[in-house]
Design a protein around this ligand. Structure first.
Ligand code: DX5
Ligand code: ZN
Length: 218
């Protein structure tokens, strides 16, 4: 199976957002990955609802919205209204994760749960059957352009096993430090979705870079 490629708009040129969105529209990318940071859950602020709404007006592919924010439950309806397809919350930011996951599903979106690099995959045991996507952070969230944390490979294997054991349909998304060099091994380990920010937008030809990632096979 070919991977789902989700370029992260965090690494786009914010002064030329429409140009970069059109590039993704015309490319072999599958989703737009939008990183929302609140300066509290993570030590950085990215962009919020008005910018997502503007992106949504031009994006012709599903919006995969990664909420790196405290109390995400307060903002879910706004993201749904602007056109979110996948809404991913962090396990570490959700004391009532079951409630939050079901809130996302009742809004008609796919429910994703993200785990920080130190958070054990086993903490998903009692929710995995209810979720559509698990985002394994392969860097500490907050910034693009960081180095991939190799322990992610162990986590992918454990998560794959957990998904199989629980008859879950959850996709495994890898976010942070994804490049052409580690993509084949990530797919081999069981990844379904590859998020790539700086590797795509920092390349000479982002559209070709997306195409190359799409052709990666395990
Ligand atoms: C990090 C974000 C990532 C980031 C990935 O907190 O969640 O989506 O944009 O960027 P790269 O691919 O540059 O590591
Ligand atoms: Zn992300």
């Amino acid at each position: 199976m070919k991977p789902i490629i989700a370029p992260s708009i965090l690494a786009a040129d914010f002064a030329n957002l429409q140009r970069d969105i059109e590039m993704v529209n015309a490319s072999e990318a599958d989703w737009f990955h939008l990183d929302i940071m609140d300066g509290s859950f993570v030590p950085n602020i990215s962009f919020g609802i008005p910018v997502c709404r503007a992106i949504a007006r031009h994006a012709q592919k599903p919006l995969d919205i990664h909420l790196m924010i405290q109390s995400p439950e307060h903002y879910l309806p706004e993201f749904q209204k602007l056109g979110a397809d996948v809404l991913t919350v962090h396990l570490e930011a959700c004391p009532h994760l079951n409630r939050t996951v079901h809130q996302i599903k009742e809004l008609g979106c796919k429910a994703g749960v993200a785990l920080n690099p130190h958070t054990p995959v086993g903490l998903l045991e009692d929710i995995i059957a209810d979720i559509d996507l698990v985002c394994l952070m392969s860097v500490n969230p907050g910034f693009g352009g960081q180095s991939f944390i190799p322990n992610t490979f162990v986590k992918i294997k454990r998560l794959k096993q957990l998904i199989e054991d629980s008859d879950s349909n959850a996709l495994i998304e890898i976010d942070g430090g994804v490049k052409q060099q580690n993509a084949p091994d990530l797919l081999e380990a069981g990844a379904d979705v590859l998020v790539a920010g700086s590797f795509v937008f920092g390349s000479d030809n982002p559209s070709d870079t997306i195409k190359d990632l799409k052709q990666v096979i395990a």
